[in-house]
Design a protein around this ligand. Sequence first.
Ligand code: HEM
Length: 147
Amino acid sequence: MVALLDWLIRYGHVASAAVWTGGYALLAVLLYPLLRREDRQVIARIAEPIARMLSYAGTATFAFGLLLIWRTRGYGNLLSGEWGMLVLGSVALGTFVLGLNDSALRPRLRRMANGGTGNAAQRLTLVALAALLVAIGCMTRAVYAVA
Ligand code: HEM
């Protein structure tokens, strides 16, 4: 029963992190390259609900991540050693991306829907994607941290 709970929490964390990171990759690789050929307003209208959904995926990653701390090495190990550093680093990166999404990317997409170029939205998406890829590196390393 305990193993099932642990697995469900880990599954929730990794699945929501995959949707979160994959969403930015989708915007960067599939949608934004169309900016040169398609109507910007149409692209902004498709990208806006995706960015809203990425807030939910990020929040779910966070919530499952906090449960995962409790189910793995515990909150007592957060402030010492490699494991704590990697987990806290990911918390910082995750917080940064959640803030960037809601306070910078979504307003830029709204501006794009009203005639903006979309260049800033493209840059912010790449920054978010890069930060989450670094977080995946930290998190997958945390599993093997010796201390
Ligand atoms: C936001 C705060 C976060 C917290 C509190 C958190 C917490 C954790 C914890 C405690 C673990 C388990 C480490 C272990 O088994 O020793 C973990 C694993 C993992 N996390 Fe996070 N994490 C967070 C953010 C992220 C982010 C932003 C991503 C990626 C977008 C991510 C992806 C992963 C992955 C891929 C694993 C490895 C799972 C495995 O190999 O089984 N996490 N996380």
